[in-house]
Design a binder for this molecule. Structure first.
Ligand code: OVM
Length: 399
């Protein structure tokens, strides 16, 4: 089991269908094997499933860069599947410039401006779900909400928004190996990519929306006009599938923990911490990579330049070294320090929007629904990066 430099080597493929279906046994094994490990199927990768090392890697953007890709593929050796994101797959100084623009557009203060509109949509949607009683938590709720409010806020037209789901699925699959999941997603890619890029153009974006504000930043000289459409693309890549699954996973957590749901119903102001704890407990983005920019170390163990470093975010979020009773979903835990939204200079720039969406959906639910019952077995939608449900049959008991 121990190879070069004493790094344990484990025979797990994080992208095998059975592992994607139930990653927790692998998370446990990788975490307990050591602070960093190697994985037999991916010899150029070192991986960590512990909170301390994952956090340290994410907070060292000098040694562990993003510009060579944040998936398995190393852009120093392989061509990226699409033009690189100017924020996700970028390092300072480029990242510093683009990040400044996006973080202003998505700042807590800016996000307060959309709160009223987002709240009205959450209330209306939950009313429709309560009227139905029996719902599919994914198709009737988790997908509909972000797919309405986020493109509205960016300023994208109503036509063809389902392309955002297909594109998100593709982008997150592309961060894994070239397996069957990626091939299936890529088969749907041509017209979808065209639709996405067409909707990044200034004349397609509602004046004043998040998308238009990127062009305003270009007018002001903070970024170039050539960069603007690619930055709008980041909204359309990262803004929908992530929150859909964040909300879907939170519904899954609450449906399977009736005691926690009862506490939420009794005190709907727990909506925001309940969503936060769901991010920790069942992390939407399971993994992100960095690339070693030079020979360096992790936990004192040598890591060679150009190695890909696999950060198991979801496993770090259940590391018993960091969290008491880590497998327990506890809506009053207040899990600050979780890495579901990353950490460091690349930490989720849209987190204020993501948290707002989660809070409003769970809050509306808490006020109108006394209990959520599991009405059938959920099914999974396997993705190389995202923890995603395909269906989640629920019975909503009105308050
Ligand atoms: C982007 C992008 C795409 C996927 C995820 C993400 C989590 C960003 O295109 O910038 O952040």
């Amino acid at each position: 089991m121990n190879d070069n430099a004493g790094i344990p080597e484990l025979d797990f493929d994080p992208y095998a269908p059975d592992v994607l279906t139930d990653p927790y046994p692998m998370h446990h094994a990788v975490r307990e094997a050591g602070p960093i490990v190697k994985l037999k199927p991916y010899p150029t990768v070192v991986a960590s499933a512990r909170h301390e090392q994952v956090h340290a890697v994410l907070n060292d953007h000098v040694n562990f860069i993003s510009g060579a890709g944040v998936g398995l593929s190393n852009f120093n050796k392989e061509t990226p599947f699409r033009p690189k994101s100017l924020i996700l797959e970028a390092d300072p100084p480029l990242h510093t410039q683009t990040r400044a623009v996006l973080s202003r557009i998505l700042s807590p203060k800016a996000v307060m401006q959309v709160r009223t509109a987002f709240a009205a949509e959450a209330d209306a949607l939950i009313d429709r779900c309560v009227a139905k009683g029996r719902i599919d938590g994914i198709h009737d709720l988790a997908q509909l909400y972000p797919l309405k409010v986020f493109p509205d806020a960016v300023g994208v037209g109503d036509e063809g928004r389902e392309n955002l789901l297909i594109y998100g699925d593709l982008v997150f699959n592309s961060m894994g190996p070239r397996n069957e999941l990626l091939a299936k997603a890529a088969a749907r890619m041509g017209p979808v990519t065209e639709w996405i890029m067409a909707n990044c153009a200034r004349d397609r974006l509602r004046p004043g929306g998040f998308g238009d504000q990127i062009y305003q930043a270009a007018d002001a000289g903070e970024i170039t006009h050539e960069q603007a459409p690619l930055l709008v693309r980041s909204f359309l890549s990262a803004g929908v599938d992530t929150t859909i699954n964040g909300i879907g996973n939170a519904l899954f957590a609450l449906a399977n923990h009736p005691g926690e749901y009862a506490r939420l119903h009794a005190d709907p102001s727990l909506a925001r911490p309940a969503f936060e704890e769901a991010l920790r407990w069942e992390s939407t983005a399971q993994t992100f990579f960095r690339t070693a920019a030079r020979d360096t170390t992790i936990a004192g163990v040598p890591v060679e330049e150009n190695s890909k470093v696999l950060c198991f975010l979801a496993a770090a979020n259940r590391d018993p070294r960091k969290w008491p009773d880590p497998d327990r979903y506890d809506i009053t835990r207040r899990p600050s320090g979780h890495v579901a939204l990353g950490s460091g200079i690349h930490g989720c720039v849209g987190q204020a929007v993501a948290r707002l969406e989660g809070e409003l959906v769970l809050g509306a639910l808490a006020r109108r629904v006394k209990a959520i019952e599991v009405a059938g077995p959920p099914t999974r939608r396997l993705n190389n990066t995202l923890r995603a449900l395909d269906t989640l049959p629920l019975e909503l008991i009105a308050a």
